[in-house]
Design a protein around this ligand. Structure first.
Ligand SMILES: [Zn+2]
Length: 123
């Protein structure tokens, strides 16, 4: 699976922990996104935000400790796409929590999955 950055996404100030995180995100997507009889998974993981953009006032995006991934997309074989599979989102988050442990947080947002390195836990 390729990792692609949405146009405008900046890696400036990215922390090593976040580079590690992106590798784990890729593994989670690869593990969950398999072809089914009717759906073809997207061949890429789309990173939709790293350190650029507008986030909450204390967001870890501003300090390079957070990344957003696009929701997993699947393409119907004989139709128009894409479709978002809720089950795949839940599985990716579950796998991510198992793989990353307590130092990371994963949050399902409306348009993406938010991942962050937050070793002290949420304030
Ligand atoms: Zn985010």
């Amino acid at each position: 699976m390729r990792v692609i950055l949405k146009p405008g996404v900046s890696l400036r100030g990215l922390r090593p922990e976040t580079a590690f995180l992106i590798e784990r995100i890729k593994e989670c997507y690869e593990s969950v996104m398999r072809s089914s009889n009717s759906l073809e998974p997207s061949s890429s993981l789309r990173i939709t935000s790293v350190t650029e953009g507008i986030h909450g006032p204390n967001s870890l995006h501003y300090v390079g400790f957070a990344v957003d991934s696009g929701l997993p997309r699947f393409y119907p074989r004989h139709n128009q796409g894409p479709v978002i599979a809720e089950g795949a989102i839940e599985q990716i988050i579950k796998l991510g929590r198992e793989a990353l442990g307590a130092e990371f947080d994963i949050v399902r947002e409306a348009t993406h999955i938010h991942w962050e390195y937050q070793p002290e836990g949420r304030a």
